[in-house]
Design a binder for this molecule. Sequence first.
Ligand code: SF4
Ligand code: SF4
Length: 405
Amino acid sequence: MGWVTEHHPDPAGLASCVQCGLCLPVCPTFRLTGRETASPRGRLQAMSAVADGLAEVAPKFEEILGFCLGCRACEPVCPGMVPYGALLEGARAEIAEQIPSLGRRVRRWILGRIVPSRRALSLITFLLRLLQQLRLSALVPGRFRRSVRGIRRLSKSPLRSYSSSDAPATVGLLLGCVQEQWFPSVNTAAIELLAMAGHNVVVPRDQTCCGALAAHDGHANVADCLWARNVEAFANADLIVTTAAGCSAHLADALGNRASDITTVVARAIDDGLLPILNPTGEAVVVQDPCHLRHAQRVMAPPRRIVEAAGYQVLEIDDAGMCCGAAGLYTVLQPEASAELGEQKAARIRGLGSTVVASANPGCEMQLRAFLGEGYRIEHPVELYLEAIKRSSSTTNVAPVEMQH
Ligand code: SF4
Ligand code: SF4
């Protein structure tokens, strides 16, 4: 039957693969299995076979594409500049359309109705907080238990103050659904640092989920609807910033330079002398690269710049940004492969000696906490930085920082 939706993989994108195989060594699923069908090249061949009418969108095709993390580590090394992430989303949209299942329908409902609803997510957060307080997390069903173990100790989300002025917005903050409910101090740190750097920050009331999770799971129409709402909500923003790498990659794909990850904006403010560089503390922090920052957006230097400006020495994991296995819904849909990658990442971090880890994506943070266990402090680089600025101000009582220029 071939492709049936408007979202199908772009033929020119598929044709740009010259099958050189340079992507194989960086692909986590190929490294785990050694199978060609678990490699970027194999997956692209499977898509081309459907496009050429040689294969169907059938369960085997679903299995091949379903095992992909969507980490996009195959993109930066590709000489043909194959847009793998976009092709994968197109293929998954076809799978969702041609192989309907109850599980997929439920996920579509959750990603389209529950995750974007602040009220519904607040209720889930309340229940999770209750489980944490009563120490009943063990009651959570098997494949969700590990994710729940990785959630921070939950407190009430702050009530954001929304800009009501008619002043032209400079930076609009996309809060992120899970980020705002489970990691609110990351957004708080972002707002404080942006304001400290002189930006006019607005948090539009009518914003919603960015739709990244829905798009990755093949629900392109759901993602499009959510996107349309955000386009309206952020109409007055010159730049849209978000604190979750998964969201910022999705925004960057759609908006290019009009969207940015918070790490890029804060690092630029440090370079411009708008934010301070603190004196070295002598302590070291492990920097973990979320795939959607390092591979999808090619952003590597900014988180390191922020950690260094906070006075810490950067420790590298040195695994070429191998995926930690979080990858959106992957922990639930492919628990074994996800666990194997999580174990590998945790082992490397343990070997570095520091118990402080900077991670710029909530999914990665949860995965790292689940596998590193107690005794590790895992925070977003902007949280570490803001906390260091505040600590420095309170201990010195004088201008605590060395400003550039
Ligand atoms: S590196 Fe790029 S061109 Fe080469 S096989 Fe992989 S996807 Fe195809
Ligand atoms: S996105 Fe990641 S897991 Fe999927 S083919 Fe590319 S490198 Fe492999």
